[in-house]
Structures are given as structure tokens and as C-alpha cells.
Write a protein that binds this ligand. Structure first.
Ligand SMILES: O=C(O)CCC(=O)C(=O)O
Ligand SMILES: [Fe+2]
Length: 202
């Protein structure tokens, strides 16, 4: 008897060195996928993301939102955001991510990609407000999209598909040594919602 399929083994580290990434596959029950997708689309306070890059004020097509235990202030891409209080569904999903990953989180950054033309460029999530080497749990709803890692020195890459209702966890020194991105694609026309649960230091 096989306990795990070869493709989805949450105990397997997807990175060859310098960090740990585990893919748990689809952890949200099928019967609840549409419920969460629609609730998140309709109840989250989505806003176009603003950033200051090379002194230029940029507004992205992708929408974002930020929620947390308290009204934390969080700075990234040279802009400061204030966390909103958890919604009922976000709290349920946070608890699910905590149960599966065996870690705890106190905030969540949400991204809404309307279609494949929207993505996220190479970056790492090692901002100073985040707990150093803290786990980041990434949950996805809607369109399946490719996700990739690239080592900052060797340039080695690792890629996988993030399925509807799936969980990916990045931990340890991953953010120090690896970049990640959500590549744009012409093949996807449906929206995708991503939740990254994180720990902000107080
Ligand atoms: O949408 C994703 O899967 C990744 C989002 C991400 O990397 C981030 O919010 O920092
Ligand atoms: Fe990220």
C-alpha cells in the first residue's frame, strides 16, 4: 500500500539546499472550494497595490489586502499598510494552515490575480517586519498557476503547480537564499486568489 502519491508528499523538501519548501497539495475539502473562493472575492477589502520603485509611484493591476491579529503596520515596496481584523473565513483558513503545517501565524497578505496576465516578479519575503526564518504558508484558490523558485547564487530553479485549495509552506532560510515568483501566462483567463499567512514581529 502506498501512503503518499509520488507527486504530493508534504514531507519531501522541494528545494535541493539552503531552505525548506513543502507542498501539501489540496488540503481544502472539495465541497468548500467554491464557498471560500466566492467569500474571499466578495468580502475581502481588495485594493490595487501601490509601490514606490526607483522613486516612481506604481499602481498594480493585481489587488491586495492585509489582515492580522492586531492592526500591525507592515512596510514593503516602500509603502506602509495597516492590517484589518480577521474575517470569519480567513480565521478558519488560518487555523487549517496552522493545523496542517504545525506552525502559527498572526497575519495574512492576500493577492487577487484577475487572469494570467497578472503575476508577481522575482522576490523574497525577508522584510524586516517578518519573523526571521519564520514559516510562510501559501494557500491558493481558483485558477491553477505555476510557481517558481530561483537560487540567488547558483540560479538553479524549481517549479511546481499551485492547485485550487492547496497549501505550500516555505520555511527556515528559504527567503535568504531563494527568490520566488508567480510567472504571467497567456494560458489562464480565470482569477486566482492567494493567501500568505506570516508572522509579524511585535
Ligand atoms: O501568489 C502567490 O502564489 C505568491 C505571492 C507572494 O509571493 C507574496 O505575496 O509574497
Ligand atoms: Fe512572496
Amino acid at each position: 500500500m502506498k501512503l503518499f502519491s509520488d507527486s504530493v508528499n508534504p514531507h519531501k523538501n522541494l528545494l535541493p539546499y539552503n531552505g525548506t519548501v513543502n507542498y501539501y497539495g489540496r488540503i481544502v475539502p472539495n465541497s468548500k472550494l467554491l464557498f471560500y473562493y466566492e467569500k474571499l472575492l466578495n468580502t475581502i477589502e481588495w485594493k490595487n497595490d501601490e509601490a514606490v520603485i526607483f522613486g516612481k509611484h506604481i499602481i498594480t493591476k493585481r489587488k491586495v489586502a492585509w489582515y492580522g491579529d492586531r492592526s500591525f503596520e507592515y512596510t514593503y515596496s516602500n509603502t506602509t499598510k495597516k492590517a484589518l481584523p480577521w474575517t470569519e473565513e480567513l480565521l478558519e483558513l488560518k487555523q487549517l494552515a496552522e493545523k496542517e503545517s504545525g506552525e502559527t501565524y498572526n497575519s495574512c497578505l492576500l493577492n487577487l490575480y484577475h487572469n494570467g496576465s497578472e503575476g508577481m516578479a522575482w522576490h523574497s519575503d525577508g522584510e524586516k517586519d517578518l519573523k526571521k526564518n519564520g514559516a510562510i504558508a501559501s494557500m491558493s484558490f481558483g485558477a491553477e498557476r505555476k510557481f517558481a523558485f530561483k537560487h540567488k547564487e547558483s540560479k538553479e530553479t524549481v517549479a511546481l503547480w499551485l492547485e485550487n485549495g492547496s497549501l505550500l509552506v516555505m520555511k527556515g532560510v528559504t527567503q535568504t537564499y531563494w527568490l520566488h515568483r508567480l510567472p504571467p501566462t497567456t494560458k489562464v483567463s480565470e482569477p486566482r486568489i492567494n493567501l500568505t499567512f506570516r508572522t509579524i514581529v511585535e
